[in-house]
Design a binder for this molecule. Sequence first.
Ligand code: 13P
Length: 273
Amino acid sequence: MVQINRGNNAPPPPPVQRIPLIAGNWKMNKTVDESLALIDEMLDDLNAYEEVETVICPPFIALFPAMELIEDTEVKLGAQNMYFKDNGAFTGEISPLMLREVCDYVILGHSERRGYFHETNEDINLKVKAALKYDLTPIIAVGENLAQREAGLTEEIIGLQVEIALREVNSYDASGIVIAYEPLWAIGTGRAASGEVANDVCKFIRQTVARLYDQSVGDRVRIQYGGSVTPDNISEFMSQSDIDGALVGGASLKAGDFVKIVARTQECLAKKK
Ligand code: 13P
């Protein structure tokens, strides 16, 4: 095996380039017809921003026709949830085996799933492993509520969410996943975190991943911020060191706003270079 001796004066390796990822989580909004109309309205514009990866997460039943609409573009699709079994008697559930035919990403552990549908960190870990088995990229959502933040528990809560979600996930798979930091107090409230507050937590998430694996996995994992992201505040997030994109709720339902968020993300990239 050839050993490369860099010596003391060798230049450091180039920093890892993390491609920014803007994902629109439509939640339980839009019929199939409305979904296709909304995608149609923004598809050409989204496709034009080549340096930003864009993912649309419509309701399950719109995924298949949406796949036909976006083919031949760079825009990708994601599901909003998934069960961890391949198939079987699980009425109402959708499996990774089904999703992999229609999308590349799946949001797992969104706070609305954790809150309304009682999903635990352990459930989310099962889903993360099942998604990876079928080459779906999980967007693992984590976040603290207001009481937890005020009690100084943010890092404890989020550290545990990240650690359990990634249990038994190997380092190769871990470097490809996406983690979305979504503080509950910022979701749908119009009160986004400041860029600095969001970046502190995203940095902590990256350090947690580096501690669980190694620095190169920490450097590669993409971390999004989510919670009242708009065209007006996206640049504040995208100019931070550890924020690699956004998981957008309300603003992803308006073609003009979502396109602007992607456009401003690409502008920030140009400024960072
Ligand atoms: P809002 O952008 O509507 O606050 O929603 C954020 C969110 O929950 C995205 O997953």
